[in-house]
Design a protein around this ligand. Structure first.
Ligand code: AMP
Ligand code: MG
Length: 337
């Protein structure tokens, strides 16, 4: 199959929407990362998404809607708190897990009786959903295990020949996947995956926000998890990633002591002056680090990196999302100095 590269214009968007309506899989831009979109209610189409990604069948797909009011079509119960959160955070990078109804096949929900619902804000994604008339199931558009794609070029690299088309909607703004939450009571939510909607932001609407321990800690084999994605190694480039929590001076010494062919560092913007080793930078603050992280991990592979020492980001605000992706890319290998 030849994968078409479509542009951000109304004819191409309509074409992409028709492909999805016809049961095809299309790479689509969102404000978080690029997704692999298919009609969420069409089992055959959803099956193609799992096949194209090489995704384990028990890892559910998030379902994307044009407006939160459409959530009633695909769920059996919507907590009052969900409406309050939707008011404040949709459209945007927030996924809410709720009991599903029969319009969402078990294949889409990875065998769970719940579904993650999101209303994306990216205008191209929004119009693809509207034009298709479908709820669009869309995981990140990377091959399973690789860093998520933040540009159409990344999607083409991973998916060329495996899906019908990719729509180029520019570089993804946030750069990390949506915040995923479930409901823990009338006024409480649990963060299953951190993202650009932070704990602090959720606390403006909810009485209590619990951070699931699996966000920062390795899940033991056979352990039960609230969110299947927590079990899998994720976001990893070919290179070995080693996270380092330390001051710049200690970090520089550590890289020096271990320096050699194929060794690189991923440091903050502002660290470069006087840093004598091969490196890339990934931003000076958490938002920029989220924006650049996956792009940089892919660039490091292109440069032939075999081992990458990464300065660990702060876990405050959006930083928690960046830290969570990196610690998974590192297979939980962290050096603390
Ligand atoms: P991705 O599709 O790559 O953005 O990953 C989506 C992630 O969202 C999954 O790996 C799960 O961890 C989480 N998720 C989606 N749907 C549900 C659900 N119904 N219950 C719990 N977690 C979910
Ligand atoms: Mg993913």
């Amino acid at each position: 199959m030849e994968t078409l590269l479509l542009k951000n214009n109304i004819d191409d968007i309509k074409y992409a929407a028709r492909l999805i309506r016809d049961g095809q899989v299309v790479g689509i831009p969102t404000e978080t990362v690029y997704g692999l979109g298919a009609d969420a209610s069409n089992e055959e189409a959803v099956g193609k998404v799992f096949a194209a990604k090489g995704r384990p069948a028990d890892n559910p797909l998030i379902v994307h809607l044009a407006d939160f009011s459409d959530a009633e079509r695909y769920t059996s119960m919507i907590p009052a708190l969900a409406y309050r959160l939707a008011e404040r955070f949709t459209p945007g990078p927030l996924t809410m897990v709720m009991p599903k109804n029969e319009r969402i096949p078990m294949l889409t929900s990875g065998g769970l009786d719940t579904v993650g619902i999101r209303v994306p804000s990216h205008p191209v994604m929004h119009s693809i959903i509207e034009q298709s008339g479908c709820a669009i199931a869309a995981p990140s558009a990377n091959r399973s295990g690789l860093p998520s794609p933040t540009s159409a070029e990344h999607v083409m690299r991973d998916m060329n020949g495996r899906i019908a088309a990719v729509v180029d909607g520019g570089q993804s703004e946030f750069g990390v996947e949506s915040t995923v939450i479930s409901f823990d009571g009338e006024d409480a939510v649990r963060i299953l995956r951190p993202g650009a909607v932070t704990r602090e932001m959720l606390l403006e609407v909810c009485g209590e926000v619990v951070i699931d321990p699996a966000i920062l800690n390795e899940v033991g084999e056979g352990e039960k998890v609230a969110s299947p994605g927590m079990k899998y190694k994720h976001y990893s480039p070919k290179a070995d990633i080693i996270m380092v929590e330390s001051q710049l001076g200690d970090f520089t010494s550590l890289v020096g002591d271990n320096y050699g062919d194929g060794v690189y560092a991923l440091i903050f913007d502002g660290d470069e002056a006087g840093f004598p080793y091969r490196h890339l930078t990934y931003g000076a603050d958490s938002s920029m680090q989220a924006h650049w992280l996956f792009q940089r991990l892919r660039e490091l592979d292109d440069m032939g990196a075999e081992k990458v020492y990464v300065r660990a980001p702060s876990t405050d605000g959006v930083g928690l999302a960046v830290y969570n992706r990196l610690i998974r890319a590192a297979g939980f290998e962290v050096i603390r100095i």
